[in-house]
Write a new protein. Structure first.
Length: 289
């Protein structure tokens, strides 16, 4: 593993940045910081403070929209128009996480339904699960990070996030923005490495209570196989989206329009972001000629 990580511009492979990476000692230190933050119940962030931080982070991200969009375009290779859309979604995601805190609570359990439960009162409460390990992907270098860390912050879990080695800058910058918004650094840290063995150690460390993974099915299922059955895991893995092209008879007047529509569909689906868009068509099936 190198001591630095070189980040290249996707378009022409020009060097954007040389970033320091985390080694095993750094990983152990960050996990220890997160575990101790969670163990100190007196130091847990109150709900109103978490809401304020997330809303302020959203406002800061709105102020820096163009800067983040350019980062996404440069390191991820996404068209600038789509990068702006991604930042807009991330801004909304932070607000959504803050709003969801209002619903983070338990409920009363009906009692008195049997003679044994007369004059009794029962209810449930929700508490944060513990340290969250988040491993993200490269195709949406900001919005995927927000999808992982914002819910963790909202419910009061310390989170350590590992971005893809090819697109770490957006992750580092959004975490800095959360710190600027008032979040104690212990509650959200980055873990930057291109060492797969070290990443596996991160995902399987016993101090981690919840693993959220975004990436390939092969890696996701492999990591899950290394975890004890009681460990909570959320896997968001790449999918295959099929488009079937069928033969239809059309009136001559509509044929030109239909041809253009099919071309537009292909341009915005099968080839979007060089094929790395998990929400669009990745392969086509057509009838034999």
């Amino acid at each position: 593993m190198s001591l630095t990580l070189t980040v290249y511009q996707a378009f022409d492979r020009a060097i954007i940045a040389e970033l320091p990476t985390d080694d095993a000692a750094s990983l152990d230190r960050k996990l220890d910081i997160a575990a101790k933050a969670f163990a100190d119940r007196e130091g847990w962030l109150p709900a109103h403070q978490r809401m304020t931080i997330l809303r302020k982070a959203s406002a800061l991200l709105r102020d820096h929209r163009d800067r983040f969009a350019m980062m996404i375009a440069r390191e991820g290779g996404k068209p600038l128009a789509d990068a702006i859309i991604e930042v807009t979604r991330a801004i909304d995601g932070l607000v959504n996480a803050a709003d969801e805190i209002r619903n983070f609570g338990g409920k009363e359990v009906p009692m008195g339904l049997t003679s044994a439960s007369l004059n009794r009162w029962a209810f449930t409460t929700k508490e944060p699960i513990g340290v969250v390990a988040a491993i993200s992907a490269f195709n949406h270098p900001l919005n995927l990070i927000v999808h992982q860390i914002a819910p963790a912050i909202a419910v009061g879990c310390p989170v350590i996030v590992k971005p893809a080695a090819t697109t770490p800058i957006s992750c580092i910058e959004i975490v800095k923005l959360l710190w600027e918004a008032g979040l104690d650094e212990r509650w959200c840290q980055t873990f930057v490495t291109d060492d797969n063995a070290l990443a596996e150690s991160f995902a399987t460390d016993p101090r981690v209570a919840f693993l959220i993974f975004i990436g390939s099915a092969k890696v996701g299922w492999y990591l899950k196989s290394k975890l004890p059955p009681v460990r909570d895991v959320h896997l968001n893995m790449a999918a295959q989206h099929l488009s079937s092209l069928i033969e239809v008879q059309m009136r001559p007047r509509s044929s030109a329009l239909s041809s253009k529509a099919v071309t537009t569909m292909r341009g915005r689906s099968a080839y979007r972001f060089s094929g790395y868009s998990c929400t669009t068509i990745s392969w086509n099936r057509s009838p034999r000629a």
